[in-house]
Write a protein that binds this ligand. Sequence first.
Ligand code: ZN
Length: 352
Amino acid sequence: MADVTSPPFFDGHNDTILKILMGKATVPDIVQGYGAGHIDLPRARKGGFGGGFFAIFVPSPADSSDRMEKLNAGDYDLPLPAMLEQPAALEFVNRGFEVFADLESAGAITICRSAGEIAVALEGETMAAVMHIEGAEAIGPDLAELEDLHARGLRSLGPVWSRPTIFGEGVPFRYPSTGDIGNGLTEAGKRLVKECNRLKIMIDLSHLNEKGMDDVAALSDAPLVATHSNAYEVCPHARNLTDRQLAQIAESDGMVGINLASGFLRPDGQMNGDFELDVLLRHLDHLIKKLGEDRVGLGSDFDGALVPKGIGDCAGLPNLRAAMTERGVDAPLMTKLTHGNWLRVLRKTWGE
Ligand code: ZN
């Protein structure tokens, strides 16, 4: 019988670190398994979830608890929280780094700083974990913190989550809408791009608005990557990428990780997981058509989004492999889409 856990997925985005920082999961929960959330080690093994980018995200003080409700109300446009103060953001990020260390010493993850280390970790018993910060609030305008964060293992950075930073503007949760909302990168944002290039930190374009992405495309010497975004052509959400943006990514030889958030998958933009995986496969088809077979992967948003019922959590990834196989994805392409493309793009971005 075929091994339903193989090939392993390497994933563009999860929010498991935040779950722990918010007290909704503990390090032992992730090691031993628990009845909530989307990711823990036993379920990762069951589903062939080999690891991915683990995000540190600094929440806003009064994070809207009724966001889900509003995302189910037809068209929507949620207001963005205010900017964060840099010292408090850095303190929270430092706590995130401690969680990484705790998860590694407990045997749940292996922190990876190169594509070679990811390839080795994917063969092992722990989850491969790349350190990512979603929203650069912890970094000041002189970028002094960036070198230290890199030295401590940071390999990927999103200049913005959805709320603005001193570097640029993210897109709001708006449907229907393109991502062409707001201004491009600030002067500090442009310096941040060049400094990330110098340090070989991957720049994540998911959440950035369209003018900001144009600025990164003009300035960056690295492949353009959106770790957890979908096709605007299938679901016209502000978080998704238009064909023009997909052409920019293809031209740079970058890639896109498909986001499992229901509201970014469903053509009607509703945050409701009750739909067929065929909807997800329409994004896959479109992204492959526009980007080619070497530039598409997974960017689950596990532990940060409402995912389709047909997947449920990382133990449900065999259902995704089965649906892809049924769609005509053969073994070599399956290897690329599950982890090969991520390794290829990360080798190009980080070097060996
Ligand atoms: Zn995100």
